[in-house]
Design a protein around this ligand. Structure first.
Ligand code: NAD
Ligand code: UGA
Length: 436
């Protein structure tokens, strides 16, 4: 059993804390947000993440997991301090490191014994060295410490499983012993462990996210071409995915990537390149294609409905992906704004994210279920592929709607089935529906 402190109880911090506690360690999770910490102490989760409440409760009950707002308390007797605070986009696309800086400083001021500081946040290459400088500068007296980069690769919606069964653990440090100690903590996860230097570990995280984002923009470009040529991108992706060199995953064409990570991380990597005088051509194209997907959705809808002025449009799904209530950079926000700017009235239904979405989407009426939302609508747009949308009573939806028009931004339905039910239907990149 090791004693661990985790700084930040967001998606990454809370999952890290709960999972390390579940692996038998004693974990104190710290956050400056008192409301979140008080809520967690009462068993209230700050986020919707499947399985999180159960694992937190189990480890709180066994006294392996506690929450605090006090750095001295959280650092007392600990050998490892993980940093999992946010690194949002700054004004020019660079990563904003103010929370990392504040936590490094607070760790320095409050550590009382030798400490391995492990950075889990996604941070620009060179941040580990910068954190070491901050800690050195702010320690009241010199206590040995080591900085290790341990980027996190979990996905929202499957965060616990991703943490517990990672594809790999990446550790970067200038000190092999410190990296080995952190590797020991990860041994129960039984994943390959890559030990490298700090900067390379930081780069592995950006390169991984940028590669996945590139796959998505690639398939979205293919979708656009499929539409023009009368091919079906869903079948193209299946046919490509059997090639192990390509792989099946991240080939779903749709509204493009959203969320708190791909948009900000691709931007931050492009910024890092440009800052060093390099021209990130591919990354720029990936971002351009991604932005276009949301606009294209509106254009396709207009082709289907005509002028949007005075029309009522219903959005099925709001969160940036299913199984989360995260609305950060969710396509739903941009799409709703666009529809409103064109004079449409917008309604929405999402199984879990409506409360989070409400303040971000002024003027959008939130409905309690898909059917009351569809009643009287001139068109529906499928924004998030929640499982419950796959089995909707579509003949009933059709009857309730003013006009039976559906734009499926996630390709969850089959064009032929929809035509049989009597819908005017379009997905993304499913050109064959028009050519047959
Ligand atoms: P988040 O916004 O959900 O949580 C960050 C938490 O840090 C908040 O609770 C905030 O109050 C707290 N915090 C801020 N400053 C603090 C300080 N000085 N001391 C203590 N706590 C502080 O963020 P997140 O989504 O968990 O992301 C964290 C980092 O992990 C980011 O760099 C992100 O890119 C990376 N990441 C996120 C995911 C994901 O799925 N969300 C996956 C992999 C990596
Ligand atoms: C992503 C990565 O998958 C994680 O490995 C990484 O740790 C995380 O970012 C991060 O750094 O924060 P996440 O954003 O939670 O995880 O979700 P994904 O499942 O990757 O989806 C991201 C976006 O891409 C979503 O908007 C999703 O709808 C979109 N997407 C995904 C597609 O449009 N097509 C696909 O084929 C896959």
């Amino acid at each position: 059993m090791k004693q661990i402190c985790v700084v930040g109880v967001g998606y990454v911090g809370l999952v890290t804390a709960a999972c390390f506690a579940d692996l038998g360690n004693r974990v104190i999770a710290l956050d400056v947000n008192e409301e979140k910490v008080k809520g967690l102490q009462k068993g209230i989760m700050p986020i919707f993440e499947p399985g999180l409440k159960e694992i937190v409760e189990r480890n709180v009950n066994s006294k392996r997991l506690t929450f605090s707002t006090s750095y001295p308390e959280a650092l007392k007797g600990t050998e490892f301090a993980f940093i999992g605070v946010g690194t949002p986009s700054g004004v020019d696309g660079e990563a904003d490191l103010q929370y990392v800086e504040a936590s490094a400083r607070a760790i320095a001021e409050n550590m009382s014994a030798p400490l391995i500081i492990i950075n889990k946040s996604t941070v620009p290459v060179g941040t580990g060295d910068w954190v070491a400088d901050i800690v050195q500068k702010h320690q009241p007296h010199s206590i040995p410490f080591w900085v290790v980069s341990c980027p996190e690769f979990l996905r929202e919606g499957s965060a616990i499983a991703d943490f517990m069964q990672p594809h790999r653990t990446v550790l970067g440090s200038m000190d092999r012993d410190a990296a080995e100690k952190v590797a020991q903590l990860h041994l129960p996860l039984r994943a390959p462990i890559v030990i490298t230097d700090l900067r390379t570990a930081e780069m592995i995280k950006y390169a991984s996210n940028a590669f996945l984002a590139t796959k998505i923009s690639f398939i979205n470009e293919i979708a656009t071409i499929c539409e023009a040529l009368g091919a079906d991108v869903k079948e193209v992706a299946v046919g490509m995915g059997y090639d192990a060199r390509i792989g099946k995953q991240f080939l779903d064409a749709g509204l493009g990537y959203g969320g708190s990570c791909f948009p900000k991380d691709v931007k931050a990597l492009a910024y890092m390149a440009a800052e060093k005088g390099r021209h990130p051509q591919l990354l720029n194209a990936v971002m351009e294609i991604n932005d276009d997907q949301r606009l294209k959705a509106i254009n396709i809808l207009k082709e289907m409905t005509g002028d949007l002025k005075g029309k009522t449009i219903g959005l099925l799904g709001l969160s940036f992906k299913p199984n989360t209530d995260d609305m950060r950079d969710a396509p739903a926000i941009t799409i709703a704004q666009r529809l409103q700017a064109e004079g449409a009235t917008v309604r929405a239904y999402d199984p879990v994210s409506m409360e989070v979405a409400r303040p971000l989407m002024p003027g959008v009426e939130m409905k309690d279920d898909p059917y009351s939302m569809a009643e009287g609508c001139d068109a529906l747009m499928i924004i998030t592929e929640w499982n419950e949308f796959k089995q909707l009573d579509r003949p009933r939806l059709r009857q309730l709607m003013h006009k039976p028009v559906i734009f499926d931004g996630r390709n969850i339905y089959e064009p032929d089935d929809m035509a049989k039910i009597g819908f005017v239907y379009r997905g993304v990149g499913r050109g064959y529906a028009f050519s047959r």
